[in-house]
Design a binder for this molecule. Sequence first.
Ligand code: NDP
Ligand SMILES: O=C1O[C@H](COP(=O)(O)O)[C@@H](O)[C@H](O)[C@H]1O
Length: 508
Amino acid sequence: MSNSNNHNRPPASVIFIFGGSGDLNQRKLIPALYNLFLDEWLPEKFAVVGLGRTHYEDETFRGHLYEAVQQFSRRKGELNGHWKDFSNYVSYLQMDAEDQESYHKISERVKAFEEQFGEHPNVIFYLAVAPQLVPDIATKLGALNICKDTRCTRIVVEKPFGHDLKSAQELNGLLAQIYDEDQIYRIDHYLGKETVQNILALRFANALFEPIWNRNYIDYVQITVAETVGVEGRGGYYEQSGALRDMVQNHILQLLCMIGMEAPVSFEANEIRNKKVDVLNAIRKIKKEEVQSYAVRGQYSEGWMQAKEVKGYRQEEKVDPHSSIETFAAVKFYIDNWRWQDVPFYVRTGKAMHQKTSIITIQFKRAPHYAFPPEAADTWRPNRLTISIQPEMDIRLRFQAKRPGQTMTLNPVDMIFSYHDAYEDGHEPEAYETLLLDVMEGNATQFMRADQVDAAWKVVMPIIEAWEARPPVDFPNYAPGSWGPEDAEALIARDGHNWVTLPAPHKE
Ligand SMILES: NC(=O)C1=CN([C@@H]2O[C@H](COP(=O)(O)OP(=O)(O)OC[C@H]3O[C@@H](n4cnc5c(N)ncnc54)[C@H](OP(=O)(O)O)[C@@H]3O)[C@@H](O)[C@H]2O)C=CC1
Ligand SMILES: O=C1O[C@H](COP(=O)(O)O)[C@@H](O)[C@H](O)[C@H]1O
């Protein structure tokens, strides 16, 4: 396709995807690259090589990916004519990543691309494989000369990054022996979401919010990331993980950092990451003996959701029938610094919940003096900013208004910015599109630095350790289709608040 868009494409790049035959590649990575191709964001000189032990010829691999794009791409209707051109960039390399001998095939491919492109491309190794394989692959890649070329070689590491603080530190140590920090891209796909990136725009491109973005005006903050799906075939992975490791250590703490961080001086990657890591370091460490007062865990039982019978977590494939793994977690955090002292940050996440919704709520304090008669309103705390990340994509500012009529009756109303109304073309790139483009461009702003991963593990480790030391006696403790265990309601009700949810979107 010709480059009719007015933007610079990234330099020549070759992406080797370990896990080319796997789920992430077909569900997210290839659809993302295809969309970048359609939007003319791929480099002029580009190649993607899928790697795996499964046997594929290039053509059968492309056929497999074609079906995946048909199923998973947000632009599945745009395959005719374009797919053929895109698929010319795609090839497959059958190899066992545990066999050092086979790595020469990668060097040969890189050489062939150099000749084809007439220049040395960026060489990107995307490790879309089980976490246990990551250290081994990283080490074996390290033995290739190309990895020492800090100008152009990058490695992308998927989550989970380590299983706990110790293993994450070991992995960071290992990677640091082979790569410079700016060659390492630890991916957290939430950071690639449009609505998440917009938090920085909302906070730091407007003069309006910053003066009130602190403990003087904000009563509390809530972050909910609820999913209606259960673990659905990922029991093997989830049994080693649970909600805290799967969602809180990474995605939710990153959202919290974006709400909590100080204003950056520039958008340079390390500046943003410095500001975020400051927040992580300031989060009060929950003492093991106090975990019960600050954190709640849950596991879904069997039951019914939307008139369909659903399995309980313990009945899922590859799950221990007596599993103590949590599919729900709620935690109250505090950030000990000048901006946030004593402002609670309530976070919760769970599977098999009532509604798919990721929202951040900033609840402002009540007006200092209330001049209206008491009967004018039933809430004195009307000011609230709600950032809906998905599936709705909007920002709502709630304030008190006078209801038309002869009496002074007040009720809360919402001023709403909706992405779909404001940007009618409706082509928000998916997170992986943004992040893959960032890797090709060498922009690590939205990726985790080693110290961020480390600091995030330090925040959750006391909870993990306390929970592992004291197996739950009440699991399963919430019904699918609910909002989680009752104790999660109690966690926030003790402070006189409720979890905020928005009405489910109206479906035509
Ligand atoms: N799937 C998803 O939606 C998401 C996944 N992730 C993360 O991405 C990573 C991959 O997940 P997913 O794609 O679901 O996993 P899959 O099990 O679907 O894929 C694993 C891949 O690893 C390859 N592999 C395994 N052993 C070897 C080996 N010795 N040599 C070469 N290739 C090997 C497999 O290929 P073969 O069998 O052909 O050798 C396969 O392509 C995980 O870390 C996961 O946590 C993160 C977010 C979402
Ligand atoms: O990383 C993960 O995220 C997904 C949720 O991602 P989303 O973009 O659909 O919100 C979650 O289902 C999965 O368990 C977790 O590993």
